[in-house]
Design a binder for this molecule. Structure first.
Ligand SMILES: [Mg+2]
Length: 395
């Protein structure tokens, strides 16, 4: 059996979404420059209303047996790398040979060990795992050694929601009523926002704790935008509200600074690795004792072939892997790993919904858990009813 083509399909339609959307964005490292600081969330524009116009790009890998694997949505920049650099390596290969194909792509893309090229390798790998599952008639997690459980504990990740205290409290009442046992919120302020920013960050932490009560775990993401002294001060101010972890306090390459923060802070875990790639990138974090929790994204860090290696590596250090969002790829990955290695999944409520509009299998957390799907492969199948136009595109 051989891979015969790597193709891209662009579909359009509309997204009927009943709920707040893109009200606020997170703090970003570039916000130290005043020209970026006041930029809004940049979703569909301030006056947009549901149904929102939407388009999405899907990667297809065909075989000479007529079975096709799929992954998506992917992005144009990533698709361009797949088509111009990776497709010729993949076509002609045995589609089951995921290790061989991954290694060939990695050796070919010597400048692309991180960032968009590794995302491109990840998306090819995910389409291959979808294909393998479809060829063998089994869910991908079964082929990887799962299922480790029937459903996965999930935390509600609130990117895009207002951090205005009254609204935070309202939304968290709903999140708790929906059965979530943990929730993550995103800071909007960093060192360049002065004392007012410190107060607003602490106000968010306090508001979240007061809204959810003592038994729900709270998590806060600084998205690489702080520095060491700011993080140590924030951790001290946050401690009385018992957050579970502070996420990505400093830029991803500042590994010794992560370790310094982790050594200096008590009572709050430090997480990182969302913007790290491959087993070698993750190993550097582990060797430096930089984080309490690792968050590689299976759609960025090397696909499922690489994430299983990362999981084995992390487990040998006793550090859990709670992947960055990753949607269905994370569900498949977590379902293949033990509860200690991968205790739970992130669900970005707004982004998660948006990225599965054109798919038949939709992740819908219930009582704070995601059901492990039973369909073959990654459950990647387009929903014809949601698609208004479709066009094969080349890059
Ligand atoms: Mg994050």
């Amino acid at each position: 059996m051989k891979i015969t083509a790597v193709r891209f399909l662009r579909v359009t339609g509309s997204w009927d979404y009943d709920g707040p959307l893109g009200e606020e964005r997170l703090v970003r490292p570039v916000d130290i420059y005043p020209e970026f600081r006041d930029e809004g969330p940049g979703w569909f524009g301030p006056d947009a209303e549901s149904p929102y116009p939407l388009s999405a790009l899907f990667l297809l890998i065909d075989t000479d047996e007529g079975v096709t694997g799929m992954y998506g949505p992917t992005q144009d920049d990533v698709a361009r790398i797949v088509q111009r650099q990776l497709a010729r390596i993949v076509v002609g290969e045995n589609p089951h040979a995921v290790e061989r194909i991954w290694d060939k792509m990695y050796r070919h893309a010597i400048h692309g060990r991180k960032g968009p090229t590794m995302m491109a390798i990840s998306h090819v790998d995910l389409a291959l795992w979808d294909l393998k599952g479809k060829l063998l008639g089994a869910p991908t997690y079964e082929l990887l050694g799962g299922p480790s459980r029937e459903n996965i504990r999930t935390y509600a990740s609130m990117l895009g929601y207002s951090i205005e205290p009254k609204l935070v409290t309202e939304r968290l009442k709903e999140i708790v009523a929906q059965g979530y046992s943990a929730t993550k919120w995103f800071f909007r302020n960093g060192p360049s926002d002065g004392e007012e920013g410190v107060r607003k960050n602490v106000e968010l932490v306090r508001t979240v704790r007061e809204a959810v009560g003592p038994d729900i775990e709270t998590i806060f993401d600084a998205w690489n935008s702080w520095d060491v002294p700011y993080t140590l001060r924030m951790a001290e101010l946050m401690r009385e509200y018992r957050p579970w972890w502070i996420e990505e306090p400093v830029m991803p390459d500042m590994i010794p600074q992560y370790a310094e923060i982790r050594r200096s802070v008590s009572g709050v875990s430090i997480s990182g690795g969302e913007h790290e790639y491959t087993r070698w990138g993750i190993k550097a974090l582990l060797d430096a004792e930089a984080v309490d929790i690792l968050q590689p994204d299976p759609t960025w860090a090397g696909g499922l072939t690489e994430l299983t290696k990362i999981a084995a590596l992390a487990s040998s250090y006793g550090i859990p892997v709670i992947p960055h969002h990753g949607g269905i790829a994370s569900t498949q990955f977590i379902a293949s790993q033990t509860l200690t290695t991968c205790p739970m999944q992130e669900w970005l409520i707004q982004y998660g919904e948006r990225f599965q509009v054109f798919l038949t299998h939709k992740i819908e957390p219930r009582d704070g858990y995601i059901d492990v799907p039973t369909g073959p492969g990654l459950c990647m199948e387009l929903d014809d009813d949601a698609i208004e136009t479709r066009e094969e595109v080349t890059f």
